[in-house]
Design a protein around this ligand. Structure first.
Ligand code: ATP
Ligand code: MN
Length: 282
């Protein structure tokens, strides 16, 4: 059974991401609604609290979270009657990144699905600070859903790559599962002025052909110019509905993420964005 982590800050953006995830994985699946609330407990307003007051505040917050999370589950179940989905709610007095990493290890999570933004929802930026942190630091694929993006069956995936790093079988399997279920095409775009020449590139390309459905995989090459422009233009021109990129050390995506320059550089995907992490996991 697929295991999906759904971090939520109880915002509309997070709920929309949750709805997308539940619709996308129309199969037996277990969803973990994770809400990390250490920020609320250890904020400036509790600086002068006694241990007892802090303990009370923790308990009250835990109760409140449950009161909000349970109806969220109910709401989603009502939208997808008869689905083979299980839900677990996990309010935790911890910090998001720690809690999410712990959950990924413990439950062997397949994918994290979250909003590109959350409660603050500043429309001048693309990714909220929590999303950026999760993208950078977790070891499993992360799917980010933009504000109000409604679920529609993915038909065309865009996968920009330089074929330099071997892909992880488990991650490609996930992509393949989505593609075969929705009969979606994968458009692999190689941005380079040279062919796929080296042994390594060739073997990585072969890996893609082996692990993804050859019938529905298309290989393209585009001459070098701004990678961001190429990605943005291709999304627009080809009517792409899922952007897939690999975040590994020294990748193009990592170079954007390291300085959080993702916003400055202008990669503002208005479509769901799946980040593969390229970690070896079983
Ligand atoms: P920022 O917090 O940087 O001001 P924001 O609130 O718009 O901006 P994020 O906090 O990054 O953006 O929220 C993006 C997503 O991260 C949310 O849609 C939700 O999925 C998840 N998230 C954010 N905060 C929490 C939290 N405390 N617990 C669980 N998930 C969270
Ligand atoms: Mn936030």
């Amino acid at each position: 059974m697929r295991k999906i982590a759904l971090p939520t800050d109880l915002s509309e953006n997070a709920f929309n991401a949750m709805e997308y995830a539940v619709a996308l994985f129309n199969e037996p699946a277990k969803f973990y609604l994770l809400h990390a609330y250490a920020d609320q407990i250890y904020g400036p307003e509790t600086l002068d609290f006694s241990d007892e007051e802090l303990e009370n505040k923790k308990q009250l917050t835990a109760q409140n979270c449950n009161l909000i999370l349970q109806p969220l589950v109910k709401k989603i179940q009502e939208k997808f009657p008869g689905s083979k989905h299980e839900f677990v709610v996990l309010p935790h007095c911890g910090y998001l990144i720690d809690e999410i990493n712990y959950l990924i290890e413990k439950e062997n999570i397949d994918i994290v699905v979250m909003g590109t933004r959350g409660k603050t929802n500043d429309r001048t930026i693309t990714f909220g600070s929590n999303t950026l942190q999760v993208i950078k630091l977790v070891k499993c694929p992360v799917l980010c859903i933009p504000e109000s993006y409604p679920f529609k069956k993915p038909k065309k995936l865009l996968f920009p790559t330089n074929y330099m790093i071997p892909y992880q079988k488990r991650e490609l399997q996930l992509v393949n599962d989505i593609c075969s279920y929705y009969k979606a095409e994968t458009h692999v775009v190689y941005i380079s002025d040279f062919g796929v020449v080296s042994k390594r590139q060739k073997s990585n390309q072969t890996l893609l052909k082996t692990l993804l459905d050859v019938e529905r995989i298309h290989f393209h090459q585009v001459a070098v110019s701004s990678k961001t422009n190429i990605i943005n233009d291709t999304i627009e021109k080809m009517d792409i509905d899922l952007l897939v990129m690999v975040n590994s050390r020294y990748s193009f995506l990592e170079s954007l993420l390291v300085d959080s320059t993702i916003d400055k550089i202008g990669l503002h995907p208005k479509i769901p964005f799946l980040i593969l992490q390229n970690y070896i996991r079983n």
